[in-house]
Design a binder for this molecule. Sequence first.
Ligand SMILES: C[S@@+](CC[C@H](N)C(=O)[O-])C[C@H]1O[C@@H](n2cnc3c(N)ncnc32)[C@H](O)[C@@H]1O
Length: 253
Amino acid sequence: MLTILRTFFGYLVRPQLYPELLRKIYKNIFDRGSAFKGKKEAENWCAKMAISQKEAILKITNSHFSLSTEFPKVLEEAKKMELNCPVKMGGAGAMDLIYGICEYTQAKNVLETGVAYGWSSLAALLSLQKREGILYSSDMPYLDRNNDKFVGCVVPDSLRKYWKLFRFADKESLPKIFTQQSHFDVAHYDSDKSYKGRIWAYKIIWDKISPKGFFISDDIGDNSAFIDWVQENKLNAVIVEFERKYIGIVQKI
Ligand SMILES: C[S@@+](CC[C@H](N)C(=O)[O-])C[C@H]1O[C@@H](n2cnc3c(N)ncnc32)[C@H](O)[C@@H]1O
């Protein structure tokens, strides 16, 4: 009950998130239960196809990428920033994979949803800085944690000139981002994990991926949105098992 009240108050003091608050109220009254739709089916499907992060990087790029080998000091500093952060947030994803795909595509424009500490942002930015590219990120804070000023805290100041962070819910951020950039070499989805949230975002993000570009989605075993989307659109996916979760990767032909 305390968390619900804290979350509600968190929305009330952030007018930029009122549209999301209205959607959440509607969802809680009329449309509950889409978060785990088809979870068992999704997990079984992923488990059958999954390979490791290392294998996926090799399969996709025909090469090896390791951030801890290439940027040991940056990672060390970033870990210190995470340790010193007073708020606990969602942990790091498959950073070598994000970095490797940005390097492979020589990405200039990358889109991501979901920042939290900023591990995935850091992975993309370490590649984008080499070409003076831009990362466009969408993120709203954890409303029960008041973490706004710590969002992206692992990203060093030296990389921030390559970063545009939109602090709204995806439904507001993505249209705003698309007025600034309409083609992305790589997109990483790691925000609203509900079935309907994914289906909405996958379609509009996919439309903005450049030919030969990549779409990566985290936590695809949560529900069957990713499978339903790839099957409906006849797409080939590479599935990665990473820390007991699944990541889906699709390349636009
Ligand atoms: C799992 S964390 C992201 C982790 C990050 N990608 C990383 O690798 O460090 C998810 C983030 O997405 C945000 N989020 C959740 N739903 C969202 C939505 N509908 N729109 C924008 N951000 C959202 C959460 O508040 C949180 O900051």
